[in-house]
Structures are given as structure tokens and as C-alpha cells.
Design a protein around this ligand. Sequence first.
Ligand SMILES: [Fe+2]
Length: 388
Amino acid sequence: MDNIRRIPVAKLQLGMYVSDETPNLEDGSIRPKGFIRRHETIDKLIAKGINEVFIDIYKGLDSPYSIPLKSNTQFLSPKIALQEERDKAASVYNEARSLVSGILRDVKLGKLIDIEQVECLADEINGSVLNNPNALLCLSAIREKDQYLLEHSINVGVIMGIFTRYLGYEDELVHQLVTGALLHDIGKVRVPHHILNKPGRLSGDEWTEMKRHVVYGQEILLKSPGVTDVTLAICGLHHERLNGSGYPIGLDESNINSYGRLAAIVDVYDALTADRVYHQGRPPADALRFMLDITGGHLDRGLVNQFIRCMSVYPVSTLVELDNNRAAVVISSNYTKPHQPTVRTIYNLRQRHYEKSKDIDLSSPLIEQKIIGTLDPRDYDIQVRDFL
Ligand SMILES: [Fe+2]
């Protein structure tokens, strides 16, 4: 990241390269990027009210006015130890379960959503993320196979909170984005149960009905007093793709704002890592690699790169191999030393049996073990969620 620097728009010059790492604008419109070739481009940025952009000094010119970026991970530095936040996060997650399942049930019965309740939940989630993002991340990896819609709705909210905090978004916008993320799939309550939970490939007609959940969701939300444009955008855009291959409209990238791009990334990540009735989810690092592969046409590459950095080298719930032949689960990312997270050892790989688990902070000077790679829990029949 040494190549990316921030600079006031008024100090931009021809020949500079505006990086696609520049944060998106608070109104959801997309950041500028590419070479500055004309003075009018700078004037347009000023007219739009943009004060600052990021430039890539490997691709274009630098200037004495540019400033190195502070690491975004500062925004996620835990204020409270994981053990301390864990109980509080567990009560937030339980509250989320009962609130969101109540909303899903009520909406199915034709009742309106109490947006204020969802906003209170978003505040609780954001409070826990501020204390220690690892606590809710651990909980979101403990899934019941038959609770997909409920857990997916909560987890997309949690991960949205963590990601947008990492991106340095203002508190109020983070709050609105988490609220929207919690409701992004609300339209699925109108999709018949046998289609929603079909353990296999959907037929053409079934897939058409499944895709309608976006439109159903918008209809439900529009009737709910107090719903914001951010929530509507997240619901309406989370399945649109930059190359126009998404649904329900097939919008192209010029019509997908940053809220939709963020929601698509968080939604895909949680869906890939989720255990379903008919298959086990992908390991987190595997899901991130897959997302990088599809960024070209589908997802916003700059944002996916930031998302990968936010989730860290070894995301929470990753199964890793230590150099003493032990398998361990990552329970807490280390944002300053990403290769040295805190792990819970669970399994002896040489003798192939479980051992009494032990938490180890790999960054501690007293610890000599280190990670030598990631493991796929499916190869060892290990249920990671049992150890979080
Ligand atoms: Fe969806």
C-alpha cells in the first residue's frame, strides 16, 4: 500500500493516477479513477464537492502534497479483549436471532417492518464491532444448516458493519448500511418454502421465482415507514453485477452505486462460506480467492481488494496448520501482524486425533509456533463451528 497516497483535489495535477482504492462518496455515487488528462476533470471533482482522492504513485505522478495512507485496520483495532466482548456479542447475536426471525414471521403474515427496531439492532451490532469485531465474527461462523435466511441476514449485517468501519465510513452511514444489510433479503419470505430450501438445482421457473425476491423485498420495504434510500438501494442492487449479468434489471456498472457494490460483496462472501443443508461452506480464504476470480465482470475489484485486506490473511474461523503438526482455528485477527492471529489448537495432524483445545496468540514473543498454511476442514471432517 506504499504506492497509494491521499491528496486534496485542489492539488491534483495532470498525469496523476486516481486509484480505485479511493473511497466511494457518502451519497453512494462511485469514486473517480484513472489518469487525470484534462483540467476539466479536476474542476468536475471540485464541482461535485469531492475534497480528497487517493492517487497511485506507481502508475502516475506524485506530488509534495500527497500523504501516505494510515492503515485502515486502525478502525478495527479491538478496544476490549475477545474474552470480555464474547458474552456481550453473544447476547447481541441472540437478540438479533429473535428480532430478525420475528420480522421474517411478521412480514410473512403481511405486517409492516418496524424499522426502528432494526435500527436499534444495527446500533448494538456496531457497538460490538467497535469493541472487538472478532467476537461477532466468531459467532457468525457458528451456523445451523436449516436457518440460512435468518443467519445470512444477520451475518450480512455484521460483516457490512465491519467492512464499512474498515473503510473509514462515518458512523451514521455505517448505521444505515448495517440496517439495510439486515433487511437485504426480506423479500425471500414471499418465495415459496420448497423453492427457497430446495436441496439441489432450481428449475427454470423456480429460478425465475427465486430472483423475484429482490422485487418482493422492495415492495415490502416501500410500505414500511422510515425506510431509507440506503436500505432500498441495498435490497434492490445486491444481485446486480457490474457486467450487466445480474438481476432483477441487469443494470450496468454506471447504474450500480457503492451501496449495491458493497452489498454484493458481503452477500457473496457470506453465501460462499455458509453451510447449507446440501453442502458445507467454503473455507473463508477459499471464498476470498473465488471472489477475486470473479471480480472482473461481477464485483467491484477495488472494493474486493479492500474486503480481502479487511478480512485479513487468515480470516476468523479459518482452519490453519501450525509448524508443530497441529490444526488450529483462527479466533481473532491481528490487524497489525496479520500473519500472527490468535488461534485455538484443536487437532493433532500427525496422530489424527483431537486434543484439548488451547488458545495461542501467535504474535506473543513467548510463542514459537507459526502458521505454515491453511487447511480445508472438509478434508479432516472437522466442524470448525464446534470450536468457536
Ligand atoms: Fe438476495
